[in-house]
Design a protein around this ligand. Structure first.
Ligand code: NDP
Length: 329
């Protein structure tokens, strides 16, 4: 039986074209579990894979979609039965492997996580890689001692996907969140997510002049990297940690080691793509519990498969706000 999918083809002139096509099940890649996809979403990487490929896609025709959630249709792995609700993020699915912009996906059982009770497939995709990564960052901070009452927690790139979910969860947990944004018009949105303070991007844009500034932040989820991360390190309280998640502001780190040596500051690396299964289960359980549903709903921008080629180009231009949730059914 055929299924609908967004397929990216490479054309003779070397350019690519994305459009919705009907594929035969025989064309699906090998895998242990076949999933009836219900929802997917849109990330920056999806924008690349829907357009030029950005060096991520190796073979065409390609089905993008780095995240999906749905119901198991068939499984040759004893851990999954037809009817199980599952979520997939990472493992380079949607990049080097066919992904979630399709009514049917076939993947390895090891890559899937069973959805916790109380989380719908739509909510899981509003969270997606961005929200999952935000949760991993918060758990890393907690594992290194962060607790409510320790002081303000900084979130950089706050109006983006990772930043929005990090802000909402931290606020819900009782932290005083300071949200860094370069878009002043997102202030109401960020306060709605629970941010108590808005910090203008320019305040942290200047490169490090003094390795230590006053001790301000009890923790930080950093989606920006670059000069901003370097500045933040010098503003952390004694023994506090920064979870380094992203590089929206640059991959370099023009920093001083002094905050590590004199204040015992920790820089924690966060990877969501190859995260082991047990850690994934732990993070999804926390997401089901600690992310208020109404706040998540406020981030959702609904979309369909046929809108994805256009949305893919838009996210690369920074024109997408909140979480695009794609109804694949
Ligand atoms: P978004 O594009 O949704 O958000 C990034 C945000 O960063 C923007 O909304 C903006 O926030 C801010 N920003 C953008 N450009 C700059 C700049 N030049 N200087 C300072 N701030 C800037 O991306 P995501 O939230 O989905 O991802 C954030 C980062 O995390 C990306 O670099 C992504 O690649 C990475 N990532 C890493 C993962 C991992 O496993 N480690 C997983 C997922 C994402 P505002 O408008 O509020 O200023």
């Amino acid at each position: 039986m055929g299924f609908r999918a967004v397929v990216v083809d490479k054309l003779e002139d070397g350019s690519t074209r994305a459009r919705v096509r009907t594929l035969e099940e025989a064309s699906l890649p090998e895998g242990d579990v076949t999933v009836r996809v219900e929802y997917s979403n849109l990330n920056y990487k999806d924008g690349l894979c829907l357009t030029s490929g950005g060096g991520l896609v190796k073979t065409y025709p390609h089905v993008p979609g780095i995240d999906f959630a749905g119901t198991v249709e068939q499984s040759s792995d004893p851990r999954y039965q037809p009817g199980d609700r599952v979520v997939l993020t990472g493992w380079r699915v949607g990049e080097i492997r066919w992904g979630g912009y399709a009514e049917t996906a076939r993947v390895m059982a090891d890559w899937l996580v069973k959805l916790p009770e109380g989380l719908s497939t739509r909510e899981a995709m509003a969270i997606g890689t961005a929200g999952f990564t935000a949760m991993l960052a918060i758990q890393a901070l907690e594992d290194h001692g962060l607790a409510p009452g320790h002081g303000p927690v900084l979130v950089t790139g706050a109006a983006g996907g990772v930043g929005s979910v990090a802000t909402a969860i931290l606020a819900h947990l009782g932290h005083e969140v300071a949200a860094v944004t370069g878009r002043p018009d997102t202030e109401a949105y960020l306060r709605g997510l629970g941010a108590r303070r808005i910090v203008a991007r320019e305040e942290l844009a200047e490169t490090v002049k003094r390795p230590l500034e006053s001790e301000t932040w009890a923790g930080c989820v950093d989606a920006v990297g670059g000069a901003m991360l370097a500045r933040v390190l010098g503003q952390m309280k004694y023994g506090a940690s920064v979870a380094a998640v992203g590089l929206a502001g640059g991959a370099g780190l023009p920093a001083s080691v002094v905050p590590f040596l004199l204040r015992g500051v920790n820089l924690l690396g966060i990877d969501s793509v190859l995260k082991p299964h047990a850690d994934r289960v732990r993070a999804w359980d926390r997401l089901a519990r600690d992310l208020p549903k109404a706040t998540l709903e406020a981030m959702i921008q609904p979309a369909t498969l046929s809108e994805l080629p256009e949305l893919g180009a838009a996210i690369l231009k920074g024109q997408v706000k909140g979480r695009v949730v794609v109804d694949v059914r």
